[in-house]
Design a protein around this ligand. Sequence first.
Ligand code: GAR
Length: 187
Amino acid sequence: MKNIAILASGSGSNAENIVNYFKDREDISFKIYSNKKDAFVLERAKRLGVPCESFLKSELEDGTLLSKLISEKVDFVVLAGFLLKIPDAMLSVFPDRIVNIHPSLLPKYGGKGMYGMKVHEAVVAAGEKESGITIHIIDDHYDEGSVVFQTTVPVLPTDSPEDVAHKVHELEYKYFPQVIDELISKL
Ligand code: GAR
């Protein structure tokens, strides 16, 4: 059995899509953690029948969450719209075992404060002709670390940030579970 922790801060549509992709796999179990106790991802988890809980930012920083992940024998961590920085201690315990998805073609439009709609607004404001997704193993800098997968989507001159968000989400739903599947098959 491989135990996967999904960390998410918001709506959790990626988290739900990942859980659904693996729903017939008896070798994989999920638990969803959120740093926001009222995040919609926790509603989704309950609806999906996936264990879930919230934690405080201070519990991420002081190692409380890390101790829990260790005691629950977590093998791999997925950041699916998770907006806090992962502390060094967690990186040491899960080397090359924390994957993040970012809704742009990193290194463009990454870094602290660049998340969700802010990314798509910046892409449209800059007149970019394409955007996309980056799936990467995280390191100790926001939105850096080794890139596992990138793919692009055209941005039309008439596209609003919401249009770009929609296209990028479609890419996320298609590719993120497949990439996770490949990564965990190597554990
Ligand atoms: C996703 O688009 C994800 O790429 C992005 O947040 C969104 C979460 O959507 N992540 C970041 O911006 C990380 N810097 P969701 O909650 O519906 O899955």
